[in-house]
Design a protein around this ligand. Structure first.
Ligand SMILES: Nc1ncnc2c1ncn2[C@@H]1O[C@H](COP(=O)(O)OP(=O)(O)OP(=O)(O)O)[C@@H](O)[C@H]1O
Length: 288
């Protein structure tokens, strides 16, 4: 499937981003760069600041200090719809679609790109009908690409959980983003759904050439598909590099296992093995 030309995908850069909630430093001068066309994972134990980072990138939270840039554009003070309009689409961790068919949900994603105004749409002018048809064709193409072609006209409520999460990803792709933010895309999935979604993410990068920023607790997935990893702990960037580099970084191992003192592991709830051999995805399965 065709997507953004590689030259269209700009670098995404966070510089010294600081976010504070009533005195708590959720992000403390965090910076990293997402190279065009790469999968960049942001990992870290619970409460490390990953979601806050995503919310700053998508304009939901505003940085107290620092900046976010997408190529020539300064996103730091822009509202979410302007950021989306510049080509940054996101999925949400806890949203499970329940309404409409797959096609309806994907067409919502096309809404950002629709030119016709309310009156023209209500009057069903020929050019509006043509535009709608074009959007629907593209939505179907994206559905096929995400292995959802067979259920294009099926109500999402009838689909299994893993497929609904893929519909959400397809909806974000329907915005024709240059950067896709995926917030825990495999949380709650069983092993088969995880494998399918992981393949889908890898083919988005390979076929569309867009950048992907990924927050994920499933270390196996991160180690398999990420090109670069930024590790946060208590709001600070403690490491960055390739998956192989960060998995053997002593600061990362300490962060995931607690202080390193014996018997400390139990207390460090939510701290997991960054090696990718044991991950907490099993607990997600239990929680479904
Ligand atoms: N809206 C908010 N108001 C107050 N504190 C917040 C808010 N959002 C996040 N925090 C706090 O900021 C810190 C970072 O939270 P954040 O959700 O970004 O971490 P996380 O790495 O995404 O964690 P998890 O893996 O559990 O989702 C935590 O201490 C959290 O309690």
């Amino acid at each position: 499937m065709s997507g953004a030309a590689a030259s269209d995908v700009p670098e995404l850069t966070l510089r010294a981003v600081t976010v504070r909630f009533a005195g708590l430093l959720a992000l403390d001068a965090v910076g990293f760069t997402v190279a065009p066309g790469t999968i960049h994972a942001v990992i870290g134990p619970n409460g490390a600041g990953k979601s806050t980072c995503f919310n700053v990138l998508s304009g939901v939270y505003r940085a107290e200090r620092g900046s976010v840039r997408l190529g020539a554009h300064d996103l730091t003070r822009l509202p979410p719809h302007r950021i989306a309009g510049l080509g940054l689409a996101r999925t949400f961790q806890n949203i499970v679609l329940t309404r409409g068919t797959v096609a309806d949900n994907l067409m919502l994603g096309r809404h950002v790109l629709t030119r016709s105004g309310f009156a023209a749409t209500a009057l069903r002018l020929p050019r509006v009908v043509r535009e709608q048809r074009r959007h629907r064709e593209r939505a179907r193409e994206i559905a096929e690409f995400m292995h959802l072609g067979a259920v294009f006209d099926t109500p999402v409520a009838l689909l299994p959980y893993g497929m609904r999460k893929r519909v959400e990803m397809a909806r974000a792709l329907c915005m024709e983003p240059r950067v896709l933010l995926l917030d825990e895309p495999v949380a709650g999935m069983n092993a088969e759904e995880r494998a399918r979604t992981s393949d889908a993410i890898a083919s988005i990068r390979a076929s569309l050439g867009i950048s992907i920023v990924l927050v994920e607790h499933d270390m196996g997935l991160v180690m398999r598909i990420a090109d670069a990893v930024t590790v946060l702990d208590f709001g600070r960037r403690i490491a960055s590099g390739t998956p192989a580099e960060v998995r053997r970084d002593p600061a990362v191992i300490r962060a995931y296992l607690g202080t390193g003192d014996e018997g400390d592991e139990g207390e460090a709830g939510g701290r997991h093995d960054p090696s990718g051999h044991g991950d907490r995805s099993e607990s997600h399965e239990e929680s479904r």
